[in-house]
Design a binder for this molecule. Structure first.
Ligand code: FEO
Length: 169
């Protein structure tokens, strides 16, 4: 049997695969960005926030890897991305979480874009694969919004007391 028969025929539409590769880059950038946020919190002994962002950094890497293996398992070519221009400067703890929410909203929009493209190209395998990500994004946005609501309630409290009331994960 020749190797082309052993290698699964590519079942992902080529344009959709490009979008998925861009998504890998976006998830890895999100992971690096959360690592920067974890470090900012770690340096200020904000223990709950630190744990939260280290966990987020890990989760984003897992998301990238899910897409990476999905592409290769379906006969495509996953690309290991460059991760550049990671911001490490934040004005406040609140702005760290606001940046996190903005990042999640951008990821959700990007996932929707790939979902629409996979529908348009009748790429059913990708469409089904992306359903998990849509649910995940909805949960992640909710998490950040709830945390930002807490900031409104705790306005004026010392930073450490705010951090002690925030979730670790
Ligand atoms: Fe994987 Fe929350 O973006």
């Amino acid at each position: 049997m020749n190797t082309t028969a052993i290698r699964k025929q590519m079942s992902i539409h080529p344009e959709v695969m490009d979008l998925l590769n861009n998504q890998i880059a976006m998830e890895m950038k999100a992971s690096a960005s959360y690592l920067a946020m974890a470090s900012w919190c770690d340096q200020r002994e904000l223990l709950n926030s630190k744990a939260f962002f280290y966990k987020q950094a890990e989760e984003e890497r897992e998301h990238a890897m899910k897409i990476f293996t999905f592409i290769n398992d379906n006969g495509g070519g996953a690309v290991s991305p460059d991760v550049i221009d990671v911001n490490n400067d934040f004005e406040s703890l609140r702005s760290v979480y606001e940046t996190g929410l903005e990042q999640e909203i951008a990821v959700t929009e990007s996932i929707f874009k790939i979902f629409k493209a996979s529908r348009k190209e009748s790429d059913y395998i990708t469409e089904v694969f992306l359903q998990w990500f849509i649910t995940e994004q909805s949960e992640e946005e909710d998490t950040f919004r709830s945390i930002l609501d807490l900031f409104d309630l705790m306005e004026g409290m010392p930073l450490k007391m705010i951090d002690e009331r925030l979730p670790k994960e």
